[in-house]
Each structure stands twice: as structure tokens, then as C-alpha cells.
Design a protein around this ligand. Structure first.
Ligand code: PLP
Length: 475
């Protein structure tokens, strides 16, 4: 399968775009056409384990990786006891017409592990084939950094330099990252906030000579490898819900998915699953107070906000005001026309706003996404109410999803809420919601008490350059 830029031109195959999701013309890598699964194709996937299903689904996109090799990569990503649940992604009916899709059973207790664990395997494979190395440079305010570190730790051809804002992460987040003792993981705590960290990354990544000399790269949410790995659990969840449905009724059995959203990566994978033939009725997008995407799907106006105008909320992994994957969805919305997409993004750069209301209306049945916004008190109330009625405790991101899910329930259509993190990561908020302190489990206590390995650094580009030059892997 060939990959093209959303703004025109070809980019090569899956392994080529795995290392660089951004096209030279500023567009994003997308497959030339989306594969389609027939009813029979989907039925044949039913008996497969999660890693086997991942091989089949990712294999539709990664046609340049031989099947046996791909099967080894998915077994490495989703095997070996890295995920707490045997089934990898448990699908649980919790009553109240809601089904929880457990995406946070991985090593960092958040859904980013689902894609990142596969990407770690796939990167090592591609780099070994090409005899090259990759030094990942990133900035994190929490989840993404730790998922990347846990996926890349101990690998031979990859090294991670992860900047985090000193004193601004929770004890749990710090422990999850800084307790890694692997030599190829470099935690750098910068004296500054998350934007300062991100600016340092941007400055180094835009110095093309430095970038090339040190084989610098990123594993951010626009990486198509991550998007492809996320499609797998939409297929998995539909299969598990329909296991109990009469075989004759399955083909037309629709489910809806509610997706706590930030960079539009997770829900984009759901859009692709639906486009490939999985019977998805509604995709329900949940925003927190940073509700740029909710505004887009309600009004057709996309108006990204600056970092200064992005609020720090109690569902911090959704504090995004410029959704980096939205361009891929808009590309489909505009009839997969690269010229129209380039023109739309050009207009966005000029005016900081685009209006796609007419296109959203025209394609409502095909691409329809409904949306909503939650506030801090909504999250607290949803966590409390669901706990009371179902006995299940959810984290604040999943609470965003559950709130908007409940507003969109239809009789006879299962509503699947993607659980994107475990409540243990947000003990303070759970205490606020449930009125009682949650005792950390033994695993969490051990994590919090483990020795930490982190380098402290001022907000200083030159010092960062020197550190990277001294520690980067060389081909
Ligand atoms: C990253 C993240 C999200 C948002 O996912 P996107 O793909 O950026 O839309 C939601 N919840 C949690 C816990 C996350 O880590």
C-alpha cells in the first residue's frame, strides 16, 4: 500500500512513513485508499486473539512487512504479560446501557500504550533493516512521554530524550517516567513549564543539520503506525459485543463509541474502522473545557487556540487546542482531494479559522461525529454517579467520555465508552469525587517508592544540545 500526503504527493510505504508522519509539504501521511472489509472478512476475524487480530488489521496497512515478521511484532507488543488483562482489551457491560472498553491495561495505565507498544516493536524492526538508529526527542506533560519511554526502553537502536516540566507533574507521573533505569531513556526535567519544554524541542527539531547529524525523530500522535494500531481495538470491541448476537443479525448490528479526545488520534482510528466496514453508528467525541473539537463538530467552524488560551483541567491529557490529526479527517471530508485540503489549511494559517459546516452537513450520514463538552464538576459528578450505580470507578478522561456517551444513548444500540486511563493515576480527583481517600495498591506503592533517574536542566537550548550530542546513539 502506498502512502500520500493530505496536501498532495506520494511518500512511500508503511515503513517509510513510520519514521516521519509529516510530509515535506506540511501534510500528513495517509494511505492512498482505505482497505474495505466485507461481512465475511470481519466474521473470519472473530476467533482471533488480540495480537492475531492486530496482525490482520495492521497487515492491511503494512503491506511491506512480511506476515510472519508482523506476527512477531504484534506478539511482542501485546504478549509477554505487559498488559494486566489476559484478553489485552477487556470489554465489559457495566449497566446503565454502557459498555467499557478497557484500553488502559498496559504498563503506564493509559491508552497510549495500545499504540506505543506496537510502535516500539515496529521502529526497532525498521531501523534494524535499514541499519540506522533513532534518537527520539519529545516533551511531555505526563502520559505521552511515559508511554513512549515504556515502549522504547531497553531497545538497541532507539534512544529517548524526554523533556518534562520540573515540579509540574504528579508524583505518580514522575515515578512512572523517572523510575526507569534503562540506559537508553533520558529523563530531562526542565526548569519551566510544558510550553518551555515544547519550544526547546521545536527549536532543535527545526535545526535540520542538527536533526540529521543526531538522527533525531519523534513518536507523536500524528505517527501513522499509532493510528493503524488503534484501529484494531475498534474491530475487537465490535467483535466482542456481537459474540452474543445471533449470527444472522450480526452484519447489521451497530454500536456507538464515545471517545475522550484531545489530538483527534483515537477517534480518527474509529473513523477509519467505520470507513473500512465496521458497523459503527455514532462516533461520540468528548472534549473537556478545551472544546475546540466540540465547537468544530457542532458548528463547522474550526478555531484552534494558542497554548496560552489552553486551560489546565482535571483531564489533562485532553488539554489540546490544536488537534494535530484533524487534517486527516478533513482530507476525507473534502473527498480526499489534496488541493482542497492544502487550500483549507492555507486558509487556516492565514485566518486562524476555517468553516466546513457545508461539508459536515453533506456527509453527516457517512462521517457523522456527534460531540459534547464536560466541565470539572461534570467529571466529578459522573465518577461519583457511575460508582454509586455500577460499582465501577473510572478516571477523569473516561468520565468525559461517559458523560457525553450518556447524552447520546439510543435504545437498542450499545454505547461503548473507551476507558483511556486507570483511576489510580488520578488519586486526588477520585478522592474529591468519592469523598474517601483511595489507598494506592501495592504496585502503585512500589512504583512511588522506586529510585528515580532524572537529569535536571535549566531552560537552556545550548545545554540541551550538548547533552544530546554526548548521549545520542550513532548509526
Ligand atoms: C492522549 C489521551 C487522550 C486523548 O487522545 P487523542 O488521541 O489525543 O484524542 C484521552 N485520554 C487519555 C488518558 C490520554 O492519554
Amino acid at each position: 500500500m502506498q502512502y500520500i500526503s493530505t496536501r498532495g504527493g506520494t511518500l512511500g510505504q508503511y515503513c517509510d512513513v513510520l519514521l516521519e508522519g509529516l510530509a515535506p509539504n506540511g501534510g500528513l501521511a495517509v494511505p492512498e485508499h482505505l482497505p474495505r472489509l466485507s461481512v465475511d472478512d470481519i466474521e473470519r476475524l472473530r476467533p482471533l486473539s488480540y495480537p492475531e487480530l492486530a496482525t490482520e488489521i495492521i497487515g492491511l496497512f503494512a503491506t511491506d512487512i512480511p506476515r510472519d515478521d508482523l506476527a512477531r511484532l504484534t506478539a511482542g507488543a501485546y504478549g509477554g504479560g505487559k498488559f494486566r488483562a489476559d484478553e489485552i482489551v477487556p470489554v465489559t457491560d457495566i449497566g446503565e446501557q454502557l459498555t467499557l472498553v478497557g484500553l488502559s491495561e498496559g504498563p503506564t495505565l493509559a491508552f497510549k500504550d495500545m499504540a506505543m507498544q506496537f510502535l516500539g516493536e515496529a521502529l526497532e524492526y525498521v531501523l534494524a533493516q535499514r541499519g540506522s538508529v533513532l534518537n527520539v526527542l519529545g516533551a511531555t506533560s505526563g502520559d505521552t512521554g511515559s508511554a513512549a519511554e515504556h515502549a522504547l526502553r531497553g531497545r538497541e537502536r532507539v534512544c529517548v530524550f524526554m523533556l518534562s516540566p520540573q515540579g509540574r507533574m504528579s508524583a505518580f507521573q514522575r515515578a512512572q517516567m523517572y523510575s526507569l533505569q534503562d540506559e537508553n531513556v533520558h529523563n530531562i526535567a526542565v526548569e519551566g513549564n510544558f510550553d518551555d519544554c515544547q519550544n526547546l524541542v521545536k527549536r532543535l527539531a527545526s535545526d535540520l543539520d542538527f536533526k540529521r547529524e543526531h538522527s533525531l525523530g519523534a513518536v507523536n500522535s500524528i505517527n501513522f503506525g499509532r493510528i493503524s494500531a488503534q484501529i484494531v481495538y475498534y474491530v475487537w470491541a465490535w467483535l466482542r459485543v456481537t459474540d452474543n448476537v445471533d449470527a444472522a443479525d450480526r452484519a447489521s448490528y451497530e454500536v456507538s463509541f464515545a471517545v475522550p479526545s484531545g489530538n483527534f488520534g483515537n477517534i480518527l482510528s474509529g473513523h477509519y474502522a467505520r470507513s473500512m466496514g465496521i458497523p459503527i453508528r455514532k462516533l461520540v467525541l468528548a472534549s473537556n473545557e478545551n472544546n475546540v473539537l466540540d465547537e468544530f463538530f457542532r458548528t463547522g467552524h474550526y478555531r484552534p487556540r494558542s497554548a496560552e488560551n489552553t486551560l489546565a483541567t482535571s483531564s489533562p491529557s485532553m488539554d489540546v487546542s490544536r488537534a494535530s490529526n484533524l487534517e486527516r479527517f478533513v482530507f476525507d471530508l473534502l473527498g480526499r482531494d489534496p488541493e482542497r485540503t492544502a487550500a483549507a489549511w492555507h486558509e487556516l494559517e492565514e485566518r486562524d479559522e476555517i468553516n466546513l459546516a457545508a461539508e459536515l452537513d453533506r456527509f453527516a450520514s457517512e462521517f457523522g461525529i456527534v460531540s459534547g463538552t464536560s466541565t470539572h464538576s461534570d467529571r466529578i459528578e459522573t465518577i461519583r454517579d457511575l460508582h454509586e450505580k455500577t460499582g465501577v470507578t473510572i478516571d477523569p478522561h473516561t468520565a468525559d467520555g461517559a458523560l457525553i456517551a450518556r447524552a447520546n444513548i439510543e435504545t437498542g444500540v450499545p454505547m461503548l465508552v473507551l476507558e483511556t486511563a486507570k483511576p489510580a493515576k488520578f488519586a486526588d480527583l477520585i478522592t474529591e469525587a468519592l469523598g474517601a481517600a483511595v489507598e494506592p495498591d501495592a504496585e502503585t506503592q512500589a512504583l512511588l517508592g522506586a529510585p528515580q533517574r532524572v537529569v535536571k536542566m535549566p531552560d537552556d537550548e545550548q545545554q540541551l544540545r550538548t547533552y544530546i550530542s554526548e548521549h545520542a546513539l550513532r548509526a
